[in-house]
Ligand binder design. Structure first.
Ligand code: HEM
Length: 358
């Protein structure tokens, strides 16, 4: 009898231990997001002394035709969203632009999936800032206190209006975002559609025109898109996983100082572009290398693909000081004619090269 009780006790204990072990070691359900577990930045980090990343995509570039140009960033997920010494100025600018141009800059489709994706994006960003920059973002009840901007935003998307959440993000981060979903995730032939976005800094297009459009329609204006990009982009978006993080850069030159621009930066079909005279350009304060740092991943719950877009405006005079004048002249000349027209090279090309060669 004693032996039977002993065996039963051992069996029950083993069974309970096994379940306890399983509970603690079982993998979380669903795909794990690369941006869900982030190391805090070094305690010595100061936002106002952190120089912006030097994005110079034209340096040593061999082929200037449009291409995917994606690089793997999954080993450095903490590089998803950046805080640099431009933070206060740029987020303030974005707050003002988005709040006074809501219809142009913020769109959210009202289907439940799109709303879920918008909420998931909000939570991912806020949790990222809490994990990565604990010295600047602090949870206080159901709010997060942003010490840099002396501002409060909701700690969670629960119960909040998605539009208010996107406006809160627009004043909290320099990055813009596009969020895109496929109506039938199992249909490999089907394209992704832009279902929401925060575009405080459009580079010469109206973001509201792209809302609810598929990727190929949005890229219709991009030279060589059909021949060189469409197929690879379709495959890329189908395969993108929450564990992936990819980065790509683009560049152009603009002869004004605006972050928010709905038309000026592009050449449009049929347009005859007038050359700008050298003396009409302010090379110290009104001529910039404009680069975008675009980072792509997939959100695990909604299955939405997202691309964050961080805009850098660097004075052309700085590029010259860095000793990159020859390299930039080479790049300007190397752009294929159609892409050059798209970037308005006929307007600024000659004058900018003249300045760089001085
Ligand atoms: C791997 C993904 C992507 C690639 C390879 C790509 C490629 C390109 C290229 C080559 C251009 C021409 C300007 C440039 O040199 O960059 C462009 C422009 C544009 N793309 Fe994409 N794109 C991607 C994702 C997206 C997504 C997801 C959206 C929005 C849903 C988007 C929206 C736009 C818009 C609005 C423009 C025109 C404005 C501009 O030139 O700045 N792109 N894209």
């Amino acid at each position: 009898m004693l032996a039977a009780i002993f065996v039963l006790t051992v069996l029950v204990a083993t069974y309970s231990l096994f379940h306890l072990y399983q509970r603690h070691t079982a993998k979380p359900k669903g795909p794990v997001s690369v941006i869900s577990n982030i190391k805090p930045i070094d305690k010595s980090f100061r936002w106002d002394t952190t120089e912006p990343e030097k994005i110079r995509p034209f340096v040593n570039k061999k082929d200037f035709r449009p291409n995917m140009g994606i690089k793997n960033l999954a080993a450095q997920p903490e590089q998803w969203l950046l805080i640099e010494d431009t933070y206060r100025e740029v987020t303030t600018k974005k707050r003002d632009i988005t709040s006074s141009n809501v219809d142009k800059t913020i769109q959210i489709n009202d289907s439940p999936r799109s709303q879920l994706a918008a909420r998931e994006y909000y939570d991912s960003c806020i949790n990222f800032f809490l994990m990565r920059y604990p010295q600047y973002f602090v949870k206080k009840g159901n709010q997060v206190y942003n010490k840099i901007n002396d501002d409060y935003v909701p700690a969670s998307s629960a119960g909040e209006d998605p539009m208010a959440l996107y406006l809160a993000l627009a004043r909290t981060m320099e990055e813009d975002v596009v969020v895109f979903l496929k109506d039938d995730p199992n249909d490999h032939e089907m394209e992704y559609t832009l279902r929401s976005g925060i575009t405080g800094f459009p580079s010469g297009f109206d973001p509201s025109d792209n809302h609810d459009k598929v990727i190929s329609e949005i890229h219709d204006v991009v030279p060589q898109y059909k021949e060189r990009l469409k197929l690879s982009m379709g495959r890329f978006f189908n395969r993108l996983q929450p564990s992936d993080l990819w980065v790509r850069f683009n560049w152009t030159i603009q002869t004004h100082n605006q972050h928010y621009n709905l038309r000026l930066n592009h050449g449009h079909e049929g347009e005859s572009i007038e050359e700008i005279k050298f003396e009409d350009i302010d090379f110290e304060n009104g001529c910039f290398l404009r680069c975008e740092r675009q980072v792509l991943t997939r959100l695990p719950k909604s299955g939405a693909n997202i691309m964050t877009v961080r805009t850098y405006l660097t004075p052309i005079s700085k590029i010259k000081q860095e000793g990159l004048a020859d390299e930039l002249c080479r790049a300007i000349d190397a752009l294929p004619t159609d892409l050059g027209f798209y970037k308005r090279r006929p307007a600024w090309g000659t004058a900018v090269k003249q300045y760089l060669n001085l």
